[in-house]
Design a protein around this ligand. Structure first.
Ligand code: NDP
Ligand code: MG
Length: 382
């Protein structure tokens, strides 16, 4: 049986992946990794019986050690966990850690001899897409998309020749504020922004969907996963979230992938690729949905999309700063320290003021994290 590792097992993607694994006999869970939620991690340890489990937070580790009466060996702390990940070869690793914390685990997975990485952590590619894809290529690691749009593109491209692609059309729901007037953005609350119309996800990506930075990130993710420049990646708002993305070919024909807005579908595909393993979902009845509609994204209202395109164009450290500044701004917004409308402003400020490096190495990228933290701390209340 194949061995799988689930990083970020206690999150929205991680828990759905474990639910899918519990319905199949294709994998045994080799290890799980979480940050601090030791209670849920312990339930997962009991149900999946992994050989190992890693947890970052020392306090949570101590509590987990106290209650653990399984044979699972528990590893404590970030550095020990990273060393462990690098030394442990499995058949498939799913990286479902949220935010910038996902990059180091990605780098350690692709150095471990593991041949398939199912990557939900899009931030790894936004921060260091060139470095991650180069190392993966060199080490013979195949990166399997988990994001629904990229899973759709991947499926549309099966059996196709890359030279025949004209452009990629990434669909976007438009989030909860698609129809809200820009002048009302200043009064958006955390509760409003967490209320996504179609998708049920972790808090950080839900805010990214509300600002539409998520779509900007996905353009960058598309560039690195499928090797296309940004001028060939368009965004199309499609509020029903039934078409998950499309590929247009040179003869103008377009292929699309359709499905419910349910992350289990792309997770299942990444787990069982190239099979479409049966899922216990009702069939998608398009006659009940009735209408599929499309509109252009409003870049004036959703400035984060424009910031992402600009960062992509200038390249180098701009996209890492985009990602780091977004992570920290979203955290400040979730903690009610800044307003929704300050998110793009802070990100733009960080990109403008940072020390730009055109060809950063991985240390340059990690050094930016402290710079952005300091800069944001000093400039949050201006
Ligand atoms: P959640 O916030 O629901 O879960 C995050 C997970 O990451 C938790 O298991 C958390 O552990 C763990 N984690 C956080 N920080 C660390 C760390 N420093 N080290 C190790 N583990 C850590 O996130 P989501 O599941 O929503 O998102 C995960 C990733 O998938 C993101 O990159 C997101 O963009 C992407 N994605 C998510 C989608 C979704 O539907 N949710 C859709 C498409 C992409 P703990 O619980 O202990 O804090
Ligand atoms: Mg997506």
């Amino acid at each position: 049986m194949k061995k799988i590792a689930i990083l970020g097992s206690t999150g929205s993607i991680g828990t759905q992946a474990l639910e899918l694994l519990s319905e199949s006999n294709d994998y045994i869970v080799d290890y799980l990794y979480a940050n601090s939620n030791y209670k849920l991690l312990y339930q997962q340890i009991k149900s999946t019986e992994p050989k190992f489990a890693c947890i970052n937070c020392e306090d949570s580790y101590n509590k987990l050690k106290e209650i653990n009466n399984t044979n699972t060996e528990i590893i404590c702390g970030l550095n020990n966990s990273l060393d462990f990940i690098k030394s442990r070869k499995v058949d498939l690793s799913l990286n479902a850690i949220v935010g910038i914390s996902g990059l180091k685990p990605t780098l350690h997975i692709i150095a471990s001899g593991t041949k398939f990485l199912a990557l939900a952590n899009k931030e790894s590619l936004v921060m260091a897409g060139e470095i991650v894809t180069e190392i993966a290529h060199k080490n013979g690691v195949k990166i399997l998309p988990v994001d629904s749009e990229h899973s759709a593109i991947w499926q549309c491209l099966t059996g196709e020749n890359d030279l025949d692609i004209s452009r990629i059309i990434l669909t976007a729901s438009g989030g909860p504020f698609r129809a809200l007037d820009k002048k009302d953005f200043k009064s958006i609350t955390v509760k409003d922004a967490l209320n996504h119309p179609n998708w049920d996800m972790g808090n950080k990506i839900t805010i990214d969907s509300a600002t539409m930075m998520n779509k900007g990130f996905e353009v960058i993710e598309t560039k690195w996963l499928f090797g296309l420049s940004e001028d060939r990646i368009d965004i199309l708002v499609h509020p029903q979230s039934i078409i998950h993305s499309m590929v247009e070919f040179n003869d103008t024909s377009i292929k699309a992938q359709l499905g419910f807005p349910d992350m289990k579908i792309p997770i299942n595909y990444a787990l069982h690729y190239p099979k479409h393993k049966k899922l216990n979902l009702k069939p998608l009845n398009l006659d009940l949905i009735g209408q599929l509609t499309f509109e252009k994204p409003d870049l004036n209202k959703f400035q984060c999309i424009q910031l992402a395109y600009n960062a992509m164009e200038s390249g180098g450290t701009s996209t890492s700063i985009l990602n780091i500044a977004n992570d920290l701004s979203v955290e400040l917004f979730l903690n009610k320290k800044i307003k929704f409308t300050q998110i793009p402003k802070l990100i733009e400020l960080c990109i403008t003021k940072h020390h730009y490096i055109s060809k950063p190495n991985i240390d340059d990228i990690f050094e930016q994290i402290d710079w952005v933290k300091n800069y944001i701390n000093k400039n949050t209340f201006i």
